[in-house]
Design a binder for this molecule. Structure first.
Ligand code: HPA
Ligand code: ZN
Length: 344
């Protein structure tokens, strides 16, 4: 049996979502009209038709093009607010969202415009929905370290609004070691650290992310499974992986959800979490990702619960918040066990 009601009702975290990847075609058209920007598509259907990828770079080309409609503080606010409403509908209580400032500053949009708009939505989500939302600024790894250094300089003026630093974009040929110095400086400034690694890149990039950059979590990390000693290291340190199954399927990191390595990862002692990555492009938000894997792998009820619970262990939050949220989580689990869903 599947666990649709359980998945909906569990309070959950999202730790791997690119806010620019939540730009639904409808909002893209609305912002294009508001900002007098011509899109290379005539209709929403045409946009969705273009979302066919055979690897990460195919997606990134379209993703950077989609960002062109984001110009003003209100645009960034509207983007994040739309996502946070969706997050609330999925029963997310804690979200950590990536943003790509270099995708905007390179187009002449100021860093302040981006951060202020996103931050305003995060603050409002706390007041309106009780969602704890924070921002992780990513460096685009296809650009050089000097560009990342300038971006870090800008972030230091907004320290209170940015929780951490991440690394994304084209992985192959751009190892974490390329950003050793700027990550060191970010660490010294007190930011939490994250990096995409082992999505398309080799296990060695995951080693570099933990040993050279010193990250708190690995984003994706699928290819870690090719290296037994790496898996042991990640398990020993309880370094979480933020998995994104529908993204993996769309970008052909895996060819079939039924062969997703979630179970092997859990059996190896890895702390794995489920996330949406770029939901507007990959066809699903957090609950959709849970449901897709639940169906494809015939997950047991306790496996669904364990993965959702892992989100709280892997999240960046105070000890007090974690204890409170886990108490609430366990209470919801106990309440659901008496109902029709999730008895298997
Ligand atoms: N991988 C790398 N860079 C990205 C991704 C991803 O899945 N999504 C947005 N930027
Ligand atoms: Zn990602």
């Amino acid at each position: 049996m599947t666990h649709d009601a359980l998945i909906s009702r569990l309070p959950k975290c999202e730790l791997h979502v690119h806010i620019e990847g939540t730009l639904e075609p409808e909002l893209m058209f609305a912002l294009a009209a508001r900002n007098h920007i011509r899109l290379p598509y005539a209709t929403v259907a045409e946009v969705r038709q273009a979302y066919q990828f055979s690897r990460l770079q195919d997606f990134l080309d379209i993703y950077y093009q989609g960002m062109s409609v984001l110009l003003h503080e209100q645009d960034f606010y509207d983007l994040a607010w739309a996502y946070l409403q969706r997050a609330h509908a999925d029963n997310l209580v804690h979200v950590e969202m990536f943003f790509d400032p270099q995708g905007h500053t390179s187009r002449g949009v100021s860093f302040d415009t981006v951060v202020d708009g996103l931050n305003r939505a995060c603050v409002e989500a706390a007041a309106t929905f009780g969602i704890k939302a924070s921002l992780i600024m990513c460096f685009l790894r296809h650009l050089d370290e000097y560009d990342a250094e300038k971006t870090l300089d800008a972030a230091l003026h907004h320290k209170a609004k940015i929780m951490g630093i991440g690394l994304d974009s084209s992985e192959q040929g751009h190892p974490p070691s390329k950003f050793a110095r700027v990550f060191r400086r970010a660490r010294d400034a007190g930011f939490h650290l994250f990096a995409h690694a082992g999505e398309e890149g080799p296990p060695d990039y995951v080693w570099q992310a933990i040993d050279i950059l010193g990250v708190d979590r690995i984003d994706h990390g699928n290819r870690s499974m090719e290296d037994r000693s790496l898996v042991q290291r990640l398990a020993r340190d309880r370094t979480p992986l933020t998995l994104c199954p529908l993204s993996n399927l769309k970008l052909r990191v895996i060819d079939d959800l039924a062969r997703h390595p979630l179970r092997e990862m859990m059996a190896s002692g890895l702390v794995v979490t489920l996330n949406s990555d770029d939901p507007a492009y990959f066809g699903g938000y957090v609950n959709d990702n849970y449901r897709a894997l639940d169906t494809a792998l015939s997950l047991r009820r306790d496996e669904v619960i364990e993965v959702a619970r892992n989100g709280f262990s892997a999240a960046i939050m105070t000890k007090t918040d974690r204890a409170e949220m886990l108490t609430r989580f366990d209470a919801v689990v106990a309440a659901i066990s008496d109902t029709e869903d999730g008895n298997s």
